[in-house]
Ligand binder design. Sequence first.
Ligand code: NAP
Length: 299
Amino acid sequence: MASDYPGSNNNSQFKLQNIFNVENKVALVTGGGSGIGLMLIQALAVNGAKVYICGRTEEKLERVAETYGQDISGQIIPITCDITKKEEIASVYDQLASKEKYLDILINNAGISTATFQTESSSAEEMKKNLFENEDATFQDWDDVYRTNVSSCYFMSTCFLPMLQKASEAQHGWSSTIINITSISGQVKFTQHHPQYNASKAATLHLTRMMANEIQSNGLTIRVNSIAPGVFPSEMTAGESGENQKSHIPKEKFEGKVPAARPGNDRDMAGAVLFCATNTYLNGEHITVDGGYTLATGR
Ligand SMILES: NC(=O)c1ccc[n+]([C@@H]2O[C@H](COP(=O)([O-])OP(=O)(O)OC[C@H]3O[C@@H](n4cnc5c(N)ncnc54)[C@H](OP(=O)(O)O)[C@@H]3O)[C@@H](O)[C@H]2O)c1
């Protein structure tokens, strides 16, 4: 059958508010105090979702709630938390479970990028000097990056499974979702001068698909997808944010580097997250939003 309503006109189903509806959905976004996390929060909360945001710095979260949580149909609610600590993840779960019946959308967005290295070398000795002997090249650094960018996505996701599953069971036609914010850095063959970061993002891309598979294999209805951004303004990429927690990257820096000739912006990320959150036929996939970066560089 081609339509649920044979012989009748179902145009109303195609209205934006029906396709991309996040009204009254309950969401949790990690790393919500700046950059991409803030874009994700606004996209959801401005359109009626109740969004819990977590990060380690209380002031950033409070400023986001104060600046962006007024006069909107949704809500922004800060919870201070370090998502690299299992007991703190469990505490966030308990806090949410005491207030909400279920969780519709979990976005694992918190991430870090640490030391950079010169990869260009004219001999094996020089390459060893840059990548092995450099005092910043440590197992600890790799562990720190993996802990935040990979392991925390795994533990956040596994911790929140019961609340996510309840959301799918309670709402006919809805399936709850985990969205991992990965990166084109995990897709390209270059290290972009931070091999540990790029390897971590590749791991999270694969983790996304494995988790999607394990969850569906167990008969649970929780979709797992990732958004792989190109370059967007954030504290990570711009080095700072302003009073409103927003960051800026000059457009000129991108002319000739990305087909779109600019960094990504709020609208680009908003469209991607609303699509991922609401498209209940999307599971185990990666949505790359990069202005054509990987098209130009290859993967
Ligand atoms: N911006 C880009 O161009 C780009 C491109 C591709 C992918 N990404 C990814 O996008 C995600 C967001 O990064 P961003 O660029 O928006 O950078 P950002 O502005 O630095 O945001 C990262 C957020 O994560 C939080 N965070 C870090 N460690 C945490 C921890 N242990 N527990 C809780 N929160 C933690 C930080 O807050 P606190 O320090 O206060 O905890 C911060 O708010 C990251 O996963 C990043 O890898 C970014």
